[in-house]
Design a protein around this ligand. Structure first.
Ligand code: FCB
Length: 451
């Protein structure tokens, strides 16, 4: 008998997010989000691109589900646009917005694909941003109320709920460095934002316990940090970098406190926080979603604010078109660390994938993407290695189902296993999609054979 790499009910899926694929952000009474505004602010997004039309999924959702079915996907992780459900972010519910996601989850169910719905993938309603957005502690209640509307409407179909996607990116990109919406850069705001995101997650979990029958968790982007050398300076810088990205979120969720490095990083920006908040943040959840793309090799550099280090490119290693090192071993290490040091909860890889040097358009109807196949194959084997080491990994969602709007980088970076021609909206499964279908069909038995 050949060795089985993945457990029997392992879920094979793909991920997307609302603003990156839907298009038509104001259709049917939806309210604008911070990304709608950000894209219209000159200089914020490459080539002045916006989330319109993206993949026009708002109109093509049915064909897209059919495509997922053809690929053999068992799970689909998507996000819900808050402003479609509550155009002002709170108060009035927009039935048409709710209907869109209702139709989507019904179609998924009819196609035998299990939905994982993310409540927040970065598109805060602009009306809430006007009230301070994630810096205003009232957002905790606004988010819990919004979550409750969805739990009541869709829990019969949604098997897994993810509260917040990547709180670190929301904080770091949105409020500390400003490269992502809403584009603030303040060490005074960022720690408060992170705290409010975690509280919002905890209150949504509490609301779910009163209503929901399935599973709820959070999605963290975790990036292992390795020192560039053995020097005390590099090792110390690595400790800070790890605290800033990883432990800032893992510690409060699973240990009920922030790492002590926080005040070292944010100085007088680090606030006093009520102890009782941690009872909210660490409410028991059902799973943890992990987004993994790369690791960071870290060298001390006192001139860099907050983390006092820089990332050192590794010569001779494959990198994606964003410059991210391809390092599957770090995925194994990460999964083992989370399982060993933080939680025995079931884990999901909720995002993993890469933008590579694909031909910009299909050649003879085909898109050959050997580097993406290599990335997927080696990372799936790395995940299997963690499972062999005792990690309770329940599923894998590739980022992304299809090429889409890559935030401030616009449309040039293509992460999809399906190619999208943005002029015609033609979808063409890349060779990696065929490869992934075969992984699903064989339960991973084709992985060891090589790409
Ligand atoms: C993650 C985001 C996702 C996508 C990938 C490439 O940080 O969650 O929306 O942009 O990176």
């Amino acid at each position: 008998m050949p060795e089985t790499l993945f457990p029997p009910r392992f879920v094979w899926g793909a991920s997307t997010s609302a603003y990156q694929i839907e298009g038509s952000p104001l259709a049917d009474g939806a309210g604008p989000s911070i990304w709608h505004r950000f894209c219209r602010t000159p200089g914020k997004v490459a080539n002045g691109e916006t989330g319109e039309p993206a993949c026009d999924h708002y109109h093509r959702w049915k064909d897209d589900v059919a495509l997922m079915k053809r690929l053999g996907l068992q799970g689909y992780r998507f996000s819900i646009a808050w402003g479609r459900i509550l155009p002002e972010g709170r108060g009035r519910v927009n039935q048409k917005g709710l209907d869109f996601y209702r139709r989507l989850v019904d179609e998924l169910a009819a196609s035998g694909i299990e939905p994982m719905a993310t409540l927040y993938h970065w598109d805060l309603p602009a009306a809430l941003d006007d009230l301070g957005g994630w810096t205003n502690r009232d957002v905790v209640g606004w988010f819990a109320d919004y979550a409750e509307v969805l739990f009541r409407a869709l829990d019969d179909r949604v098997r897994w709920w993810a509260t917040i996607n990547e709180p670190w990116v929301v904080m770091d990109g949105g409020y500390l460095h400003g490269g992502l919406a809403p584009g603030h850069a303040s060490p005074y705001e960022a720690p408060i934002v992170a705290h409010n995101l975690l509280l919002a997650h905890g209150e949504a979990v509490a609301a779910y316990r009163a209503i929901g029958k399935n599973q709820i968790g959070i999605v963290l982007n975790l990036e292992p940090k390795d020192p560039a050398s053995d020097s005390a300076e590099d090792r110390d810088a690595t400790r800070l970098a790890d605290a800033q990205v990883n432990r800032h979120f893992l510690d409060p969720l699973f240990r009920g406190s922030y790492p002590e490095e926080m005040s070292e990083i944010y100085g007088d920006g680090w606030p006093e926080l009520p102890r009782s908040d941690f009872d909210v943040i660490r409410r028991p959840m059902d799973f943890l979603g992990i987004n993994y793309y790369t690791r960071g090799v870290t060298a001390a550099d006192p001139s860099v604010p907050y983390i006092r280090s820089r990332r050192v490119p590794q010569p001779g290693r494959l990198r994606n078109t964003l410059g991210w090192e391809v390092r599957p071993e770090s995925l194994t290490e990460l999964l083992v660390r989370v399982h060993r040091d933080y939680t025995r909860l079931p884990l999901f890889i909720t995002e993993n994938g890469g933008a590579f040097y694909d031909p910009p358009s299909p050649i003879d109807g085909r898109v050959e993407d050997p580097l993406r196949i290599h990335y997927l194959r080696t990372h799936l084997l790395a995940a299997a290695e963690a499972i062999r080491g005792g990690v309770d990994l329940r599923g894998y969602f590739v980022w992304s189902l299809m090429d889409n709007f890559e935030w401030s980088l616009g449309y040039a970076q293509r992460f999809g296993i399906v190619h999208v021609d943005y002029r015609t909206q033609q979808r063409t499964p890349k060779q990696s999609a065929e490869f992934y279908s075969e992984v699903i069909r064989t339960g991973g038995a084709n992985l060891a054979r090589g790409a």
